[in-house]
Write a protein that binds this ligand. Structure first.
Ligand code: FE2
Length: 293
């Protein structure tokens, strides 16, 4: 019967997936210790398997880690990882070898924050179907710290230009723009008094259904920064849509849903499996939640 279901609850905006966060790293061995051994994530076995880059799978998202001087996201990436105790144990095993770096682990009531050897903050949450959807492994959000007073303009930019859902919210940590970037994925732009370091060129990548619409708008305003290929362009500046005033800088790699890599299956391993405790059939991590209903 009509009215039985809230159909709007299943609407996605024009941004259908947040796939990767790209931060360059100066040392792949240290990056391996942190992301693979410590966090328990999985190196993509198919692409970027050399020393000049590493793709790291987190459920249906990735970190991209090209080799270069370090970049640090101005905020933090939020992950869901299945087992807090196992995570803490793994992070403890890399502590000594990362002691000369910025590596740090802080335990909080709702999450564990792990800092990468160069200062990137990764906030690791336990699975929570209410908050993150039915995932045990994934990247449900990325949060950026932005100047006070820009959240409303940022939300307007994503609504009007990228044509996705975006609202201004308030929670215990204050005011932020919440932008839908996929099924149970969001960007947060958190207003903060803290003065951020200068933007260092890191980027995020999104897939959009209407690819040319935002492109035309950005092109007219002179905001397209790279014509990458047939399926991808980039922009860096988030602007107030009416006045054009720049609000925050974060490079977006924008891809069409016809991009050959769209929805590519990603391999995820079960990091608790070892040669010593080996149990057949438990090699793969299952990113979805069991008995989710
Ligand atoms: Fe990228």
């Amino acid at each position: 019967m009509a009215g039985t279901f809230d159909r709007t609850a299943e609407d996605l905006g024009n941004i259908v997936a947040l796939e990767h966060v790209n931060v360059t790293v100066p040392d792949q061995q240290l990056a391996t210790l942190f992301y693979i051994k410590g966090l328990g994530l999985t190196r993509d076995p198919y692409i970027m398997t050399e020393l000049d880059n590493m793709w790291v799978n987190v459920g249906r998202s990735q970190f991209h880690l090209p080799t270069q001087k370090p970049q640090v996201l101005r905020g933090h990436a939020g992950l869901v990882l299945p087992d807090r105790a196992a995570l803490l144990k793994r992070l403890a095993t890399v502590k000594d070898r990362l002691a000369h770096t910025k590596f740090k682990v802080t335990e909080h009531e709702g999450y564990v924050e792990a800092m990468c050897p160069w200062g990137n903050r990764i906030r690791c949450h336990a699975p929570d179907a209410q908050r993150f959807g039915r995932i045990k492994l994934g990247m449900p959000y990325v949060e950026f710290e932005v100047p006070v007073g820009v959240a409303a303009g940022i939300a307007a930019f994503y609504r009007q230009v990228l044509k996705t859902r975006a609202t201004v919210e308030n929670d215990a940590a204050g005011r932020y723009a919440r932008v839908m970037v996929g099924k149970e994925q969001h960007l947060h732009f958190r207003e903060t008094e803290r003065t951020d370091p200068a933007y260092d060129g890191h980027h995020i990548q999104i897939y959009v259904a209407d690819f040319s619409g935002p492109y035309q708008w950005l092109l007219q305003k002179g905001l397209i920064t790279e014509e990458s290929d047939q399926y991808q362009y980039r922009f860096k500046d988030i602007v107030e849509p009416d006045s054009g005033k720049a609000l925050f800088t974060i490079e977006h790699e924008v891809r069409s849903m016809t991009h050959p890599l769209y929805a590519r299956p990603l391999v995820n391993r079960n990091p608790t499996q070892t040669n010593r405790n080996y149990a057949p059939g438990y090699d793969a991590a299952i990113p979805g939640m069991e008995h989710a209903d």
